[in-house]
Design a protein around this ligand. Structure first.
Ligand code: GLN
Length: 241
């Protein structure tokens, strides 16, 4: 054991849990455990108090418009503490519905859902859904980032850095050629779970950032990612090559 420990906070799995976003937790835990880093996940359901000072990584998963409207009320109660965590370089991975909720608002045909306003982005529902496999080139990984997207909202990221450039698929708004957002140690993305098992370098990026913040340094032992690389290459070759 390294004597190091990572605590993951899974926010609102009772509502934000589309497409097995939970697989991202299993991946982060396992990649820590393989390296002798202790890992723990705490689930917070709606209404639970959250002590952000104990957390190293926060996962906010995807949800339908209906679930987002419900969860939004709880999120606004913790907005101040969540913002402090983000500004203090807390690590966040927010997927799809969770990604939209990071921003100022998500305007749907049924009304506007107020967001957490943690990142200067906003989302508006437009005609048709963007549904397909997706492949990105991202500065955060040497390998392509592969995944699946399914969203009616189009996200506009202003001057923020995108998570990646779209090689195949639609991305943030189907027009800009970019996907997701990176702000401090926050990644917001439309790529649904299991994002991290298919993209181990993105998983390690999050773990590394979390360890650096808690312990000041992070040397991550290389793992045998032979199967993960083959799965990733299969998707890349199928849609891009
Ligand atoms: N409800 C959002 C949309 O359709 C996000 C859905 C999701 O998390 N897949 O844009």
């Amino acid at each position: 054991m390294t004597g190091k420990k990572i605590t993951i906070g899974h926010l609102y799995p009772d509502l934000l849990n589309l497409y097995g976003d939970r697989g991202n937790i299993a991946c982060m835990m396992q990649r820590c455990i393989w390296r002798g880093i202790e890992a723990e996940t705490i689930e917070f359901n709606t209404g639970d108090a959250i002590d952000f000072t104990k957390l190293d990584i926060v996962l906010l998963g995807g949800g339908s418009d209906r679930e987002q409207a419900i969860v939004c009320r709880n999120l606004l109660e913790i907005q101040g503490l969540f913002k402090e965590y983000v500004e203090d370089n807390g690590v966040v991975i927010a997927v799809c519905g969770g990604y939209q909720l990071l921003g100022k608002y998500y305007k749907t045909n049924a009304g506007t859902i107020e967001g957490l306003d943690l990142v200067d982005i906003y989302t508006e529902q437009e005609e048709g859904r963007l549904i397909d496999n997706i492949v990105l080139q991202s500065d955060l990984a040497d390998m392509p980032v592969v995944g699946f997207e399914n969203h009616g909202g189009r996200t506009y990221i202003n001057d923020n850095k995108p998570f990646g450039r779209v090689l195949y698929g639609s991305g943030n708004d189907g027009k800009s050629g970019y996907e997701g957002v990176v702000y401090k140690n926050v990644i917001g993305t439309y790529l649904h779970g299991p994002l991290l098992p298919k993209n181990p370098q993105v998983c390690d990026y999050l773990i590394r950032k979390a360890l650096e913040r808690r312990y000041g340094e992070a040397e991550l032992e290389a793992l045998d990612d032979c199967l993960e690389k083959r799965a990733n290459a299969y998707i890349y070759n199928r849609f891009v090559k």
